[in-house]
Design a protein around this ligand. Sequence first.
Ligand code: B12
Length: 212
Amino acid sequence: MSEPDSLFNAVAAAQEDRVMELVREKIVAGVPAVDILAECNRGMVELGNRFAAGECFLPDLMFAGMIMKAVAAELKPLLEKIDAAPSRGTVVLGSVQHDVHDIGKDIVATMLRGVGFEVVDLGVDVPPEKFVEAIAEHKPQVVGMSVLLTTCFKSVVATVKAIKDAGRREEVSIMVGGAAASDLLRENAGCDFYGKTAVDGVKFAGGVAGPA
Ligand code: B12
């Protein structure tokens, strides 16, 4: 894809200074935060593809991850004001067992809090039983799982099963998202909703919990 000197390219090349400069320029120009984020995401996917092709290495992913965290921090005040109806309720959120990717999950948490949700963020590499314990303790309306590794599909399936086995499946709506998630995974694992973006997740949770 040819987008010279674009934010997409700067992210894909993990050029920290240029990324931050372009993000700030776009904020000043009034580009919506979700659009800035979407362009960064495309850059991260491109970087991931380069990694998969052996054109870059794990430290590059780690560095890009740090850049994305800085972008998310810069966008935080704007992401908290997304165009979704205000809602009150509780969401339990986590990256599933064996998955330590947390940038997307953290963005989902920021946006949910922005529209008024209480978010219980269980962090990364969350075993199924931790989700179950959190449901018992916090009584959320919605549970959200983030999954970026296809090897972690089984963690999504195991989490839904653990929630069912604990007799709590009817108490919660379950959403799944992250780069490895899909409608097919949603269906196979028995989740209620697959969200391609954080905004989709916020809208789904808002629909479940109702207006504030
Ligand atoms: C950065 C990165 C890392 C960083 C993560 C840093 C961090 N703190 O998160 C580090 C270096 C640690 C890492 C490690 C690994 N990674 Co990695 N990583 C990436 C990369 C390049 C970007 C991910 C990212 O942050 N994107 C930006 C965020 C904002 O996007 P997002 O997470 O998708 O979130 C958005 C939506 O999906 C949505 N969303 C996210 N979660 C949820 C949840 C809900 C409920 C909803 C509704 C929405 C939602 O909201 C967000 C905004 O819209 C991806 C490439 C890719 N295609 O995603 C590879 C990628 C995910 N990694 C990959 C791999 C293989 C690994 C390693 C196994 C590498 C290794 N050999 O060790 C390890 C695994 C570690 C582990 N056990 O988890 C592969 C996975 C392949 C696969 N199909 O399974 C990818 C796809 C790269 C590739 N193409 O090969 N990685």
